[in-house]
Write a protein that binds this ligand. Sequence first.
Ligand code: 475
Length: 822
Amino acid sequence: MKFDKELFKGTVLNNIKTLYRRTLEEATEQQIFQAVSYAIKDVVVDNWMATQKEYEKKDPKIVYYMSMEFLMGRALGNNLINLRAYKEVAEALDELGVDLNLVEDQEPDPALGNGGLGRLAACFLDSLATLNYAAYGCGIRYRYGMFRQEIRDGYQVEVPDNWLADGYPFELRRPEYAKEVKFGGWVSSYVDENGRTIFKQEGYQSVQAVPYDMPIVGYGNGIVNTLRIWDAQPVECFSLDSFDKGDYQKAVEQENLARNIVEVLYPNDNHYAGKELRLKQQYFFISASVQEAVDKYMRTHTDLHKFHEKVAFQLNDTHPTVAVAELMRVLMDDHDLSWDEAWEITCKTCAYTNHTIMSEALEKWPIELFSRLLPRIYQIVEEINRRFVLRIQQMYPGNQEKIRKMAIIYDGQVKMAHLAIVGGHSVNGVARLHTEILEKQELRDFYEMMPEKFNNKTNGITQRRFLLHANPLLADWVTDHVGDEWITDLPALSRLRIYADDEKAQQEFMNIKYQNKVRLAKYIREHNGIEVDPRSIFDVQVKRLHEYKRQLMNILHIMYLYNELKDHPDMDFYPRTFIFGAKAAAGYRNAKLTIKLINSVADVINNDPVVDGRIKVVFIENYRVSNAEWIFAAADVSEQISTASKEASGTGNMKFMLNGALTLGTMDGANVEIVEEVGKKNAFIFGLSAEQVIQYENYGGYNPMDIFNNDQDIRRVLMQLINGTYSPQDPELFRPLYNSLLNTQDTAKADTYFILADFKSYAEAQRRVEAAYKDEKNWAKSALLNVACAGKFSSDRTIEEYERDIWHQEKVILPSKPELSK
Ligand code: 475
């Protein structure tokens, strides 16, 4: 069906009328956004219904991607892209005198996630729909998503993100699928007439889980899958005429439980907070999702023994791991299966993805809390643990050490990773190096006991959002040269290789990069009031702020460069714009102080006449999916400088590569595979290897003080942290950062992320960057090769690997051509 421009324009105008009783001229930008979105939703819903009808007919296996986080980013532009209607709609709106870009900018950026893990979930949903697989994302409808970051006086200030304030047009409330979720109380048991033990949770409080569905539009194939996020409501409005004091008390508590549970996303990335409310959130959305998956299956099937043939649960890290016990509970308590039957089905249904080896991220719940909140679930976990410990004893007789290290419940704690590994059939890491470290180090005992479960799935990103939508100039240029297959087959980009040496292509590419830099420079001028030169090298580090990601090393190096410029004002120096974007967890002191340091250094350097604009430092406020798209498109250098072994994969690294930035990085995470694809010549690699880092960690031998004492450049920079150079009113301000590098009391705790060890090697790599950029043709060639070699890093490839090794779904092809598609 062809896009009917006039019909679309009419719908928009009519929506403005019926929603707001206004004309287009009278409508606010937000109202126009709503009206346009409802016009698009109208089309999406038709495809959505057609897809779900076909799923009912074909009865394919369904994947439930269970995740505490979905960092979706804005939907309007992405939906238009995937409907293949972006240009037509832009044109139609233009005829109405409306700029689609401004309309898009009215959408709140749904930020129901922190960083990498949440954005990966969003990319996976896009790929699943595009590749014709039936899938649900299952998550939480947080009232407040990731906080909005404001920078005041150089400090991060967290402002609540009320993303639902104006109503979100792309969600649909589905009260007919509401579920009850029970917390607390106790478990009573009795033996029924058939001699079976029946377990009943009593004296509990419950919450009503009400789902909201968001459409996930596949690219050009008519498929629309569902992101189902759960809201919490009180079970019943309590009656004020209740004279029973106990009831009244309970009613108030239930009301509060419901009010609190989905209130806010925990803003911690790669970190376990251990809060009771967090466990409530986990069980809340998992219980609702598992109940619905079983109910849905039972609507069209009778034999639960074949559940796993039609359903897969993918657990996005350990946060959803209570799913193992909850599925056991539903199968046994609600559907009368025996332990052994339920266990077989559960293991065949569940699979676990690990996203980090940072030890502070490991989820370990105190037994007291876990059993109080989830008494029946705890019983089941105890029994899983009892049986697993027996298996350990059979395999390693008399080996107490194995039990201590591997048991699910030990030392007063419930270890969620162990439960996820034991209760599923697959364990995967997210890049080759990361999976190797899991097998050899972190999960070694489990790997030795059950090697068949372990596999790698190197992450990927969706090129629909991160090239087609983010960088229309480059996307069009690529399509002009090699056709548009890359949109659904990213390896087709390799056809660009033949243009790498073509001077005209190089020039065109650099020109596009320049225009994207102009676009970002304008954004920076408007948002930061800083003037940056689009001819300078745009050197970018955008990601969550974490010590292991080493933003501190980046800014220390900038301080070092500044010292060099002060000492040799006439030195040869290619102008550089250093761009940072990062949110810090609200309670993470050193992370927040690093933000302050970056802004303080920026203040000094940006305003020093000696520098004369040759270095600019910019901290982009409120880094999020929507501004990320512009930033990737404009980057020359991609900073991927984590301590080797610490970054499980990284996915920003792939977004930069796809947009033709060169990686400056360590041999960590997926950087290893990026360099493998593009060649060492087209990246700047430095620093300790993962093996060397692990060697130091396991056997010691690293002393940052030696480096401090022997290297005057480093010493000078570190002293500037504590002598007031960047904080004259309070010279002690940055002392904690200094101490984190040189903690004099306990050398084992000094510089745990090896910043000083890697500093010189990093500075040397930065010199190579500068030299390379001066050779413009060669730079253009390398940048083009980065684009050409990015094919592996599509989330389409990742999803097909999950399909091949874990999910084994069949594709569903719709019978008729989708609405709005050519
Ligand atoms: C890795 N988040 C990246 C990315 O696989 C990797 C959220 C809540 C609580 C604790 N942790 C989190 C993460 O652990 C996380 O985002 N991990 C990231 O997953 C996708 O590319 O290297 O750091």
